[in-house]
Write a protein that binds this ligand. Structure first.
Ligand SMILES: [Zn+2]
Length: 314
């Protein structure tokens, strides 16, 4: 049976966001240590990231944005586009490496060598828009991988499931007119939480109408609310779409103990959601799941929930 892949690389810690920034290098140190201690790094097939090429990145982002990002990093700017998107001179190179690693994992799964994979990458990606950075995100790793799967493997039914507490504006906007990618996002309601998009009536545009599913939650929503949403909304939607692969934007900031999120999930919900996603993939997608780290800003939560997530992918 094809193995589960794991992508982790100490170079992702070289994207330095500065003192006090929640999307800190320490996040990955914590995750890598926890994966190592749990034995999962040793159990899984290790993936080596290679930088994503311009051609691959430009499936999603404009040439102009890449030029600006490259220049901003080389010139030592403290951030790009918005103050929260902090950069250092190496950030573009590291973002390229993260996107390239996710693309590599996607190719290995589509090629049949792996069944599932988890990519412990940073910077995260789901807020990154076609032509600009937002919310700590430089390159939209998951959107880029989805485009590669379509272009190179002719997959035309891909589901992106984003359970990060923040709405995946970048991913949604990449595919909102595109019926070949079903984007499902569970997140804090935009009236109360960044980035202020992801209302229930954002359902896709033109030919993509009906292929965007936003499920916003009021502040304080917890395990029962997510279970109900999965049962009544997510599972039927994925069943109807019958994707060939499920791409997961795995953020752990909907946890009750996250310092940025405003929801109240327990550890159990992340394990349970992963089990449901794996079941859906087994039923519809030959088991294929590509999970990519997005947010999650409490080190203790990450140290517990990420290994459990990976264990359930196995
Ligand atoms: Zn988030």
């Amino acid at each position: 049976m094809p193995a589960t892949g794991i992508l982790s690389d100490t170079r992702f810690r070289r994207h330095d966001t500065g003192a006090g920034h929640p999307e800190a290098r320490a996040r990955l140190a914590v995750i890598d240590e926890a994966l190592e201690a749990s034995g999962l790094l040793q159990t899984c097939t290790r993936l080596e990231p290679r930088p994503a090429t311009d051609a691959v990145i430009q499936f999603v982002h404009t040439h102009d944005y890449l030029t600006r990002l490259d220049a901003a990093c080389r010139q030592g700017y403290p951030y790009i586009d918005v103050p929260e998107s902090a950069i250092c001179p190496e950030s573009f190179e590291i973002a390229r490496l993260a996107a390239g690693g996710v693309v590599e994992a996607a190719r290995r799964i589509a090629g049949g060598e792996l069944k599932r994979a988890f990519c412990a990458v940073r910077p995260p990606g789901h807020h990154a828009e076609r032509d600009r950075s937002m919310g700590f995100c430089l390159l939209n790793n998951v959107a880029i991988a989805a485009c590669v799967l379509r272009s190179e493997f002719k997959l035309d039914r891909l589901a992106v499931l984003d359970f990060d507490v923040h709405h995946c504006n970048g991913t949604q906007h990449t595919f909102d007119a595109d019926p070949s990618v079903l984007v499902i996002s569970l997140h804090g309601h935009p009236n109360y939480l960044y980035p202020g998009t992801g209302f229930e009536d954002e359902v896709g545009l033109g030919p993509g109408h009906g292929y965007t599913l936003n499920i916003p939650f009021r502040p304080g929503a917890g395990d029962d609310d997510y279970r109900e949403a999965f049962t009544t909304r997510v599972i039927p939607a994925v069943g109807r779409f019958a994707p060939q692969m499920i791409l997961v934007s795995a953020g752990f900031d909907a946890h009750a103990d996250d310092p940025i999120g405003n929801l109240a999930l327990s550890d159990d919900s992340f394990a349970w959601m992963t089990e449901v996603i794996v079941e859906l993939a087994e039923r519809h997608a030959r088991g294929r799941v590509l999970s990519v780290l997005e947010g999650g800003y409490n080190g203790e939560v990450l140290a517990r929930c990420v290994p459990e997530h990976v264990r359930r992918l196995l």
